[in-house]
Design a protein around this ligand. Structure first.
Ligand code: HEM
Length: 390
């Protein structure tokens, strides 16, 4: 997608996408950052979920998204109130406390992944790690984890803007099962609180939020946190393998892991675009934009904007330019960023010292299947080969 983004950024920074009902694609850093800082003019609330789904799925799916208080789809002042409530449950301390457990889960997954010289990093590590972590945080029983992952995948499909054909049956079934599961769990935690995130949320929201709102937030954690973190791990490995000197530097200096993760977020962000809708007539980059216009803010294009980043096409794990937009910007800045960074750091810290000669299994990178969504980016499969260090 990057040459296409670059072409838009250089010659059509406000570009009307006819195939998406006149949605305007915005691609320059200096246009996108202020938009994200101005929720009064560029609303998240006006974007109806499930909007782009085939009509019959959309209509039916919408009843599962009827919560009034949906964090990511609200604007201030409602957003401010919700964010305060959920931040009380999803605290930096709760996240930091997960580190030893995340390390233990990672080691266990690596043990089985590295038993073979060739493996699929996505299936063996990048997919299960975030699912297990968020399930444990929420307090989902281990035996429901497979269900949880399937539900998560299907909910992601309702927001991923895939170009491929969707099969409505299984998606609706998953939405229904997940809804029932969360409703029941929330009720159970209300009666018998445990030391988990759902209980903390129920407590923080007592008297403020309906069950439907709590379901919507828990579902958001599931969707927002799984596929994205999975893709961050996959994208980090792809980027490192494509720049072998950077991989060598990282293996020699493990303290560079956090900045390698920041560079991956900039260079191969898991969330490529965000959507907003204008609440009044306005202008972007000198172009008049009417009220009610849907915008695609192409974060991945902004993150490679040469006006903002030096040599943006170079993957440089010691880059000093800060300010990548992969977690968004402003009031909706990713609530799960500390958790995503922690999981990615632990995964790389544990993987890299255990392997030598890490490479694409086919010896080449061109057979990566990036999937069909143009909002979310990450390899579906990533077959690698490595020698295990003794
Ligand atoms: C919001 C990206 C991981 C939970 C966002 C936004 C982005 C984003 C771009 C802003 C949305 C907007 O402005 O419309 C990512 C990426 C991740 C990641 C790239 C992984 C690398 C996670 C994780 C969780 C999470 C692990 C939780 C378990 C959320 C929530 C919001 C959010 C709850 C909504 C915040 C709000 O509206 O105030 N994320 N995310 N994310 N993310 Fe993440």
């Amino acid at each position: 997608p990057y040459p296409f983004y670059a072409a838009l950024r250089e010659s059509a920074p406000v570009h009307v996408l006819a195939a998406f009902g006149g949605t305007h694609a915005i691609t320059r850093y200096d246009d996108i950052a202020p938009i994200l800082k101005n929720p009064a003019l560029f609303s998240s609330q006006r974007i109806a979920p499930g909007l782009h789904l085939p009509k019959e799925v959309g209509e039916q799916a919408r009843r599962f998204f009827r919560a009034q208080n949906n964090l990511i789809a609200s604007d201030p002042p409602q957003h401010t109130r919700l964010r305060t409530l959920v931040s009380k449950a999803f605290t930096p301390r709760r996240v930091a406390e997960m580190e030893p457990r995340i390390r233990a889960i990672t080691r266990q997954l690596l043990e089985s992944m590295l038993a073979h010289e060739e493996f699929d990093l996505m299936a063996e590590l990048a997919v299960p790690l975030p699912v297990i972590v968020i399930s444990e945080m929420l307090g989902v029983e281990p035996e429901r984890r497979q269900d949880f992952k399937r539900w998560s995948d299907h909910v992601v499909q309702t927001v991923a803007l895939s170009q491929g054909k969707l099969d409505p049956g299984p998606i609706l079934q998953s939405l229904e099962q997940l809804h029932a599961y969360l409703e029941e769990t929330i009720e159970r935690r209300r009666r018998e609180p445990q030391d988990d995130l759902i209980s903390a949320l129920v407590e923080a929201a007592e008297g403020f939020l309906e069950v439907e709102d709590l379901i919507s937030f828990t579902r958001l954690l599931l969707v927002a946190g799984n596929e994205t973190t999975t893709n961050l791990l996959g994208n980090a490995l792809v980027s490192l393998l494509r720049a072998p000197s950077e991989l060598a530097r990282l293996q020699a200096t493990p303290t560079l892991v956090p900045s390698a993760i920041e560079e991956t977020l900039r260079y191969e962000g898991p969330v490529q675009s965000l959507m907003r809708m204008t609440t009044q007539d306005t202008q972007i980059a000198g172009h008049p934009i009417p009220e009610g216009t849907r915008l695609f803010l192409v974060l991945a294009a902004a993150n490679r904007d040469p006006r903002r980043f030096k040599e943006p096409e170079r993957f440089d794990i010691t880059r000093e330019d800060q300010g990548q937009l992969a977690f968004g910007h402003g009031v909706h800045f990713c609530l799960g960023a500390p958790l995503a960074r922690l999981e990615a750091r632990v995964a790389l810290e544990e993987l890299l010292p255990r392997v030598r000669q890490l490479a694409f299994a086919s010896g080449q990178e061109h057979d990566i299947d990036w999937g069909e969504s143009f909002l979310l980016r990450g390899p579906r499969r990533l077959r690698l080969r490595a020698e295990r260090c003794p």
